[in-house]
Design a protein around this ligand. Sequence first.
Ligand SMILES: [Fe+2]
Ligand SMILES: [Fe+2]
Length: 169
Amino acid sequence: MTPMVLEAINRQIAAEFAASFSYLAMAAWCEHHNFMGAGSWLRLQSAEEHGHAMKLFNFVLARNHHARLSAIEEPTGDFASIVAVFERALAQEQEVSRQIDALYELAFQEKVFAAMAALQWFITEQVEEEKSIREIVAKFQMVGGDPSSLLDLDRELGARQPEPAPAEA
Ligand SMILES: [Fe+2]
Ligand SMILES: [Fe+2]
């Protein structure tokens, strides 16, 4: 591991914890506005992001380096509507995809092959996450303000089950 790659992975650990925190703030908004299904979906997403942070944390330690934890900014917790929550989630995932790509590029340039292997899992994961959230945004945009469709969609989101813990990096 080179110092630059280590520094970048440590920054990504903070970014994943920040994503976890942000999803939890979104869950709070949803549940406060009685979208309990969306709240449940976002709580699970928050837990997944925590898992992503821990995957990188474990990787750094497995490579015999110091995993540094930095401060997390207070996430946005105020939204204009339920669709705005998921639009924000999509923008957040697109930003994380850019971060992961940049991290992979750096690991490639620095020839840190173990980091490249670990980061491949994240590249695949980002494709899935962007896809699932893009679909949710599209559905909310489709139903607009129709109350019974919103209730159906909220119930559908509430059916999400926790994923088995990802394998260790
Ligand atoms: Fe993540
Ligand atoms: Fe994510």
